[in-house]
Write a protein that binds this ligand. Structure first.
Ligand code: BG6
Length: 489
């Protein structure tokens, strides 16, 4: 018959990402009934493993987080039965041809659609793409490849990578993942902005003073130092996750919600950005810190990091968009590891109310009285708006209170993991949340010059204690533009 089947091959199946994110996301999709009737999951990696061993490995990462209904473990068993393993080299056509043979058996004459998730380091992924596309692509359906960052480490290496990928794949087969685009509140950004009259008209330099994009983690590189040291926080978080959020936040209204209409607007805004100046960037690196009798390691205490590494684990930057909507509005980014808290949020600080009648009731700190919209991407997802309000009682005293949309209180359903949405989109061929190659180029063009400058000058990072709020330089940077970070009180 003409029924179709999807085979999902996770290349690099024993890696961290596969275990922590990809297999659990596939199971969640299966559990919720989103996977097609006929599907097979293959793990592919170099180590020898049996199907049973793979299932055992995968089963340890699955949880019944969606709900606790008793059929969860039954579903797990059913899911695991659809999981298989193939051991092979990443650069062996022959090994991929063996995989192809096995996939064909599962596909049993149906239309075969194949998704390869390349969860392997960049020095391997071209080989894997070459072998997968030449020896294991579908003969009568689609073949798609999901690639994870890093997509290079600057404009040149990224362009080279794109060029090699395109030797083997068409652009519409390549799904470049930025998992922040799969996060619920990032997906909601356009809804909030374009479907609410109380926000849409305010979205410009006329009403917005500054926008802050903040990412912090309360742990260090922990074992990922080898990867991290080659990239640093600007390439790990800013050039992709935070910049993608910025593009969605600041883009002009797209013609429609169609994939290319949205991506066209994102590229436009990225290309309108002013080159980043060296003095608009602050970098930091965490150092060891002892608190409550526990010593937390510094970045260079990681065995996989060179002891004299200058790689930033923290950065703050001021960015500007040279267009009519955003001229002069600072977009401040801040990203760091080993800080005091784990959080990702967008903060929009509005201008003062002109001729505010209540200025004298507000107190001395007028800055503290401007409206601020906070979109908390994680954890504890929320959208809240700080407004001035009369403190109840006699007299006239104002304070700032929150209009608060707290997801856990408002919605009973658990928020899906970003990888669930993205995997489902890739299976369905929906590429709205994936990065087009010109978007990637624009993102690299923005950051490459300043990254090179920092590296050529061997700029020393400002050291900050593990678990602290990060380098004080971030405050000076913000202050230069008359901005106060919203997350520090
Ligand atoms: C990854 C970075 O892209 O995102 C990691 O490489 C970081 O360094 C991670 O820890 C954060 O993702 P999330 O979804 O946990 O916020």
């Amino acid at each position: 018959g003409n029924e179709s089947t999807v085979s999902i091959t996770v290349v690099g199946a024993s890696g961290d990402l596969a275990k922590k994110k990809i297999f659990p996301a596939l199971f969640a999709l299966y559990y919720e009934g989103f996977l097609p009737k006929h599907f097979t999951v293959y793990g592919y990696a170099r180590s020898k493993m049996t199907d049973a061993e793979l299932r055992d490995m995968v089963s340890r990462t699955l949880t019944c987080r969606i709900d606790q209904r008793e059929n969860c473990s039954e579903k797990m068993d059913q899911f695991l039965k659809r999981c298989f393993y193939h051991s092979g080299q990443y650069d062996s056509q022959e090994n991929f041809a063996q995989l192809d043979k096995k996939l064909k058996e599962h596909e049993a004459e149906r239309i075969s659609n194949r998704l390869f998730y390349l969860s392997v380091p960049p020095n391997i992924f071209i080989d894997a793409v070459r072998c997968a596309s030449s020896s294991a692509s579908s003969s009568n359906g689609w073949t798609r490849v999901i690639v994870e960052k890093p997509f290079g480490r600057d404009s040149e290496s990224s362009a080279a990578l794109t060029k090699s990928l395109k030797q083997y794949l068409e652009e519409d087969q390549i799904f470049r993942i930025d998992h922040y685009l799969g996060k619920e509140l990032v997906e909601n950004l356009s809804v909030l902005r374009f479907s609410n009259l109380i926000f849409e008209p305010l979205w410009s330099r006329q009403y917005i003073r500054n926008v802050q994009l903040i990412f912090s983690e309360d742990f260090g590189t922990e074992g990922r130092g080898g990867y991290f040291d080659h990239y640093g926080i600007i390439r790990d978080i800013m050039q992709n996750h935070l910049l993608q959020i910025l593009a969605l936040f600041a883009m002009e209204t797209p013609v429609s919600l169609d994939v290319e209409d949205i991506r066209n607007e994102k590229v436009k805004v990225l290309r309108s950005m002013r080159p980043i100046q060296l003095e608009d960037v602050v970098i930091g690196q965490y150092k060891s810190h002892t608190k409550g009798g526990i010593t937390y390691p510094g970045y260079t205490d990681d065995k996989t990091v060179p002891p004299n590494s200058l790689t930033p684990t923290f950065a703050a930057a001021a960015l500007f968009i040279n267009n009519a909507r955003w001229d002069g509005v600072p977009f401040l980014m801040k990203a760091g590891k080993a800080l005091h808290t784990k959080r990702a949020e967008i903060r929009v600080q509005f201008r003062h109310v002109p001729g505010n009648l209540y200025n004298r009731n507000i107190g001395t700190d007028l800055d503290q009285a401007t409206n601020e919209l906070v979109i908390r991407v994680q954890p504890d997802e929320a959208i809240y708006l700080k407004i001035n309000n009369k403190v109840p009682g006699l007299g006239m005293r104002l304070d700032r209170s929150n209009l608060n949309l707290h997801y856990a209180a408002r919605y009973s359903k658990e928020i899906p993991d970003a990888y669930e949405r993205l995997l489902l989109d890739a299976i369905e061929g929906e590429r709205r949340l994936f990065i087009r190659s010109d978007e990637l180029d624009a993102a690299w063009s923005l950051f490459t010059p300043v990254l090179k400058e920092l590296e050529e000058r061997k700029t020393l990072p400002e050291y900050y204690p593990y678990g602290s709020r990060g380098p004080v330089g971030a405050h000076y940077l913000a202050a230069r533009y008359n901005v106060r970070w919203g997350d520090v009180g």
